[in-house]
Design a protein around this ligand. Sequence first.
Ligand SMILES: [Zn+2]
Length: 256
Amino acid sequence: MKFLGVDIGGTNIDMVIYDKTFKHFATYPTSEYIEKLNEILKKIIKKEKIDAIGIGAAVWIKNGKIVNAPNLPSIPDFGDVPIILDNDANCFALFAYKTFAFENLLAITIGTGIGSGIIINGKIYRGNGLAGEMGHLFVGGNKKCGCGGIGHLECYFGGKAMKEKYGKEAKELLKDDFIYSTEEFNLFCRVVSNAVALISPLAVVFGGRIGMNLNEERLKEGIYAYLPPLFDPEIKVVKDSLAVAKGACLMAMSKL
Ligand SMILES: [Zn+2]
C-alpha cells in the first residue's frame, strides 16, 4: 500500500510518499500552490496509486470537527481515497513517537509559531480536541496573539515574534548561538519546564524549522534550570525537515 503525507506549512508544502520506506516527493511554496493543492493532490493520487492521504496543517480540531484552519482554502475530498487531516504538531508527535518509542512524550515544533503534541501511553492525547497548544499558554504582558488572546508564548518566542523584535530571520537567530542569549529563549525554557512538571514525559522532542536546529545540550541546560529536582526527561532534537509530512503519512497508515 502507498501513502501520501502532506505538511502544509506557512512557507512550504512538503510531500512524502510511504511505500515500504519514506521518500521525499515534492516541495511547493505555499503561497503559490495552496489554491491549486486539491488539483495537484488528485493528480498524484491517480498517478502514484495512493491508498490514503494524511495532511498535517495548522488546524484546530474540537469534538472531532475542524474549528479553525487559517492556511487551508477548503477541506479536500477525494472520493474513495481516505484523507486524514490533523494538527501539524500532532503529526510531528506521532513521528517522534515512532522514531524514539518513548511511551510518554512531549513534542514541540518551533517554526513561525510554536506547536506541541502530547503522547500518553503511546497515543496522541487530544483532550477535548485542543490539547497541546503550548504556544498559547499565557506568559504575561498584553501583546495580542494571532489566536485572539493576549500575552501568549507565541507573542514572544517563535520565528514571527523574534523577527518582529530582533529583525532577524530564523537562520540569523541561530547564527553564533544568538538565540540562546535572548530572554525569549529563557522564557520558552521556563514554559517547557512547566509543561514537563505537568505531564511528566519520558522525553521532550523538538522539531520545526527553528527547533530542529537547536542544540540538545543548550535546550537541556535551559529547561533543567527550572525543573523540579525529580524530573529528568530526555531532550531530543529531530533533524528532519520532513518530520511533519512523515507523521501525516503515519497518521493515514494508522487510520486505514
Ligand atoms: Zn494565542
